[in-house]
Design a protein around this ligand. Structure first.
Ligand SMILES: *Cc1c(COP(=O)(O)O)cnc(C)c1O
Length: 373
């Protein structure tokens, strides 16, 4: 409102609504599906949905752990007011790390190598650690060849009172394809890793291997804790389960133009109109996370119908062909949403862009206003 009491137009043209009830429903869906504890993975601002709202809603709906990929994100979790009673785990940390801050904020640290372990032990602050085994990604975690050495080093450090070993973790590369043999190999590698930890005299009470896809498709992988990120925000990599979409992205029509047949549209004239039609201009583009490579395939909902996005998507704007329908400036276009009203979904945009939904939701730019509903 202005001082005179007049309502003012919102400062930002495009709005991203985050549906808290959908996050809660998705969380409860996972709580019901397993006897393991649920870790809400809120890395990358909870996949672009907002760390604080997703963490709080998931915890209120049955999740009991929070997972992040850096100490900075763990600090942000505590800054968001998440109680010190709630365990937080941070993985993917560099060797040089402020271990004292992690311990002070009760943030557990994943340990992927002997070097990391030695650095954490050197801080002499009795950090809580989860030993991270690479169970088939050839990515983060200790290589199987290093695992015994890591167990021995962890046992020594624990005996000296320098660390406390809380968990063992792994991650599966092909859980979205549950029949793939890599899943059984990963489970065997994980069980063997846990067994070797026991033989080394360690007692990791929190064993965790599954993320969203494995939790939905391979119950054997649940162990003590499952780490759920995508699933909380309505993304199912295994395409087996109906989860609720959480984001709704809208933008207003700013301009409408009647054009004749044969008119080139946008940069490069990649689209030439084939008939007289009406073009609606939307103030959102690739700088806001609309993938440019979806040009020529994407659709948005305007006036209750799906309309093609034509020409090249620009940095700040894109053009929609609305035909002969009466569309006016100020009408709202739905770029994507949960799909209730036939609007495109995040999964549709991912398909048009040749990517996965995760990349769409984490890519929405800072010019888009955010609102929790
Ligand atoms: C991102 C991540 C998760 C969460 O994966 P989703 O498929 O989004 O549930 C779990 N574990 C690790 C190690 C991760 O990096």
């Amino acid at each position: 409102m202005t001082r005179s009491g007049q309502p003012v137009a919102p400062m930002r043209a495009s709005t991203l609504e985050i549906d808290r009830a959908a996050i809660a429903a998705n969380t409860r869906r996972f709580v019901r599906s397993t006897s393991a504890a649920i870790m809400a993975v809120v890395k990358s601002d909870a996949y672009g949905h907002g760390l604080a709202i997703v963490a709080r809603t998931a915890l209120a709906s049955g999740a009991t752990w929070i997972g992040v990929t850096s100490l900075a994100e763990g600090i942000a979790v505590r800054a968001a007011g998440i109680s010190m009673e709630v365990p937080v785990l941070s993985w993917l940390n560099p060797v040089e790390l402020d271990v004292a801050t992690a311990v002070q904020l009760r943030i557990d640290l994943a340990v992927p190598s002997v070097r990391h372990l030695e650095a954490i032990a050197a801080a002499r602050s009795r950090a809580r650690v989860h030993l991270h085994l690479d169970t088939g990604m050839a990515r983060d975690g200790a290589a199987p060849e290093e695992w015994r050495a890591l167990m021995a080093a962890a046992k020594r450090a624990e005996a000296d009172g320098l660390i406390e070993v809380v968990g063992v973790m792994g991650h599966l590369p092909l859980a979205a394809t549950p029949d793939h043999p890599a899943n059984e190999r990963g489970q065997c590698a994980f069980l063997r890793g846990v067994e070797l930890a026991g033989q080394a005299g360690l007692r990791p009470v929190v064993r965790h291997l599954a993320a969203t896809a494995a939790t939905l498709t391979i119950p054997m992988t649940h162990f003590d804790l499952v780490r759920i990120g995508a699933g909380l925000v309505g993304i199912d990599p295994s395409c087996t389960t109906r989860l609720r979409g959480v984001m709704r992205l809208t933008t207003p029509v700013v301009q409408v133009r009647r054009v004749a047949a044969g008119v080139g549209v946008g940069y490069g004239h990649s689209h030439i109109t084939t008939r007289a039609t009406t073009l609606a201009l939307l103030p959102i583009g690739y700088a806001d996370g609309i993938p440019r490579c979806a040009s020529g395939r994407a659709h948005v909902l305007v006036g209750g119908r799906r309309r093609p996005v034509i020409g090249e998507i620009s940095m700040d704007q894109m053009i929609v062909d609305v035909g002969v329908d009466p569309v006016a400036p100020g009408d709202v276009a739905v770029v994507f949403g949960p799909g209730d009203d036939r609007e495109p979904t995040v999964a549709d945009w991912a398909r048009w862009a040749g990517t996965i939904p995760h990349e769409i939701v984490t890519g929405i730019g800072p010019r888009v206003g955010r609102r929790v509903i």
